[in-house]
Design a protein around this ligand. Structure first.
Ligand code: PKZ
Length: 240
């Protein structure tokens, strides 16, 4: 596995520099895009295949894209910078106006999208609105190593948080993580693909309870299980 990861690393480095040329422009305006962005400009969509995606990831992606055809599932597009859920609402209600107006946010980018193609978090999230659940297809690259050959637990926790965040935000709008509980059951091999199945279990006032499991592509290995609590932000309260 380590050998294949090293080979993967070599080809990943070869990919550097080609990234901006990769046309992952989000011309395909899907319903989810309207949900997740209030921006007028067309932004690059990072939740689309790039050359670093493994066969497994591409195969799963294609399977889920097929499921999108009847409208039961939708792919959630992902931008790197300001394209968060109702980001204008966030700016209006929750952020320090000086930070928004000044240059403070100009360098900001979504943590999980800050790596070169294939080196960090490669993922796409699909949403099933009727069933209140999402599926995140995630390939963790070599820069996410913890114990040699395996993904860092913090990287797994990050992806779980992102998957939960999307699942909760779809029902709750502007939400924040209040609690995460993760049981790590098996280590995740570096550069492998895992599937994060998240579910909104309960909505109680401003509280959204979510749970997930992280499994191998063949579903035989259960890597982690987690629960989370997200709180719908109250515009009357300041976050700072
Ligand atoms: C940001 C997302 C945007 C969406 C984008 C979507 C697409 C893009 C994908 C990227 C997705 C990235 C996802 C990253 C998501 C973060 O990483 S968020 C960052 C990490 N989290 C934080 O920094 C949160 C810090 N905590 C806080 O700011 C505040 O505690 C909170 C969470 C806003 C809650 O404060 P509050 O609004 O004053 O709520 P409060 O009145 O204290 O509590 C409300 C209720 O919740 C309960 N509660 C609150 N905290 C807890 C707790 N820890 N345990 C148990 N109960 C609790 C209270 O007891 C209360 O219960 P009831 O009395 O109503 O029964």
């Amino acid at each position: 596995m380590l050998r294949s990861c090293t080979a993967g690393l070599r080809s990943l480095w070869a990919l550097r520099g080609r990234r901006e040329g990769a046309a992952r422009l989000s011309a395909d305006l899907q319903p989810a895009r309207r949900l997740f962005s209030t921006e007028k400009a067309v932004h690059k969509d990072w939740a689309l295949p790039n050359p670093s995606w493994s066969k497994d990831l591409k195969l799963l992606f294609d399977q889920f894209m097929k499921k999108c055809e009847d409208g039961s599932w939708e792919r959630l597009p992902s931008c790197k910078h300001t394209c968060t859920y109702k980001s204008e609402d966030f700016k209006t209600y929750f952020l320090d106006p000086q930070l928004v107006e000044g240059e403070g946010l100009s360098q900001a980018q979504l943590f999980t999208r800050g790596f070169e193609d294939g080196l960090g978090f490669e993922y796409v999230i699909f949403n099933n609105n009727d069933e209140k659940r999402t599926v995140c297809l995630f390939q963790g690259g070599p820069y996410l190593q913890g114990i040699p050959g395996f993904l860092h637990g913090g990287a797994i926790a990050t992806m779980i948080d992102v998957a939960f965040g999307s699942c909760a935000a779809i029902s709750g709008g502007a939400v924040m993580t209040a609690n995460l509980n993760i049981n790590f059951k098996r280590p995740v091999p570096l550069c492998s693909v895992v599937v994060i199945h998240s579910q909104l279990d309960k909505l109680e006032g401003r509280k959204l309870f979510v749970s997930c499991n992280v499994r191998s592509v063949d579903e035989k290995t259960l890597y982690s299980e987690a629960t989370g609590l997200f709180i719908k932000l109250d515009p009357k309260k300041s976050s700072t």
